[in-house]
Ligand binder design. Sequence first.
Ligand code: ADP
Ligand code: MG
Length: 492
Amino acid sequence: MNTPALIRGYEVVIGLETHAQLSTASKIFSGASTRFGAEPNTQACAVDLALPGTLPVLNRGAVERAIRFGLAVQAKVAPLSIFARKNYFYPDLPKGYQISQYEIPVVQGGRVEFLLGGEKRAVRLTRAHLEEDAGKSLHEDFHGSTGIDLNRAGTPLLEIVSEPDMRSSAEAVEYAKALHALVVWLGICDGNMQEGSFRCDANVSVRRPGAGFGTRREIKNLNSFRFLQQAIDFEVQWQIDRLEDGLAIEQATLLFNPDSGETRAMRTKEDAHDYRYFPDPDLPPLVIAPEWVEQVRAAMPELPGAMAERFQREDGLPAYDAQMMTQSLDFARCYEAVRDACGGPGGGTGRAAWAKQAANWLMGEVSKRLNAEGLAIAQMPVAPAALAALIRRVADGTVSNSGARQVFDALWSGAGDDVDALIESRGLKQMNDAGALAALVDEVLAKNEKSVAEVRAGKDKAFNALVGQVMKASQGKANPAQAAELLRRKLG
Ligand code: ADP
Ligand code: MG
């Protein structure tokens, strides 16, 4: 393991608790809809509010998703787990308790693997348990008072608890990204962070290297990777300042304010015993038969880690590229389509070269445009086959890299998908006629005696200037590598 960087002589320790909203159509204990964005208080039924006389009935789809997660992180799927009541008062919790799992959760142990600075890391999971979400307090638009929307009450959540294994904010972000990608890949969570479908609580402490764990403070409800990083970074400095001033850290629950970039205490932390957990008398133990686990296992998709390894093994991709290609299932499908279309059916010889070219384009131009326009890969306007045709035309020298970028822009903006026609109509065909190129080189050498003398005196800059002159004389159609080669030969 790599030794973590110290901050002002302190080691940072982070554990994350992540709430992933499970993508079921109805709630975890009732038939009410989980759809986002409905009129406030139109989707909470009597069961969600635990009105007298109602009984919760567990949603099988939520359990199935928990099993899928457990298998994906190599955890133990508990054959028997227990729902418990977590009792506390809050305006958005009309029941006065939240149904969760406490002593015996459905998923136990497991690990999440990811790359950090090119190195493989694994964070151990303590557990993942099923629970219901609470409602939502709305502080805006109420002329100084607070509104309560109970639509979210009873929405199924999987709370995924990590061990305190992370040693930097960057590592916490990479872990959270890997976990996010995984739950979306598995189809158990839509991953929409703006809508609160995936949110993290960050537990942060600092210590002198070699010392025992310090006291942690917990930052609640971070719903973007940037906020996660900012909140941890601020909190670490705050804790170190305090320790350096000779003060103790007290356990506390914090909120992050994205406007100021600061964390602020919300309440002193309650301990588990404050919640008076007890088994929910309305719900029998959750029993999961081994056959059910096997059924779920049989229906599992290939996981991102396994797929990334396959891309390294079969396509010769570097580890980083393979991880980028498996950032989502859609991305992986697109990569495979481009790769296959490049190499023709069956791949065969040169597969690795085509695969690397496909990956380069997807990590480069494609990702750049997707990010700039806020699009998902599934919305890419360029067909994989067209991108592959373009990659082949770069490889066979028909078009230069800069010409190819222009063709790509044309493909992107809907100028048709016939790559050869676009190269032709835009005059981007590279000069591959050796004789014509040689004539141009001679011309440039004759016109630029000063540069030639400088090159002979050993100035690299002057050489690049000559290549530039040849490119200019060819109106950008010369192959720069060929031009440089010819120049070098002629200059001796
Ligand atoms: P609770 O449920 O009360 O929040 P847990 O003991 O279950 O408390 O721990 C919650 C999270 O805090 C876990 O992710 C765990 O890894 C993390 N954690 C525990 N101790 C520390 C510590 N000293 N520093 C940072 N994180 C910690
Ligand atoms: Mg907690």
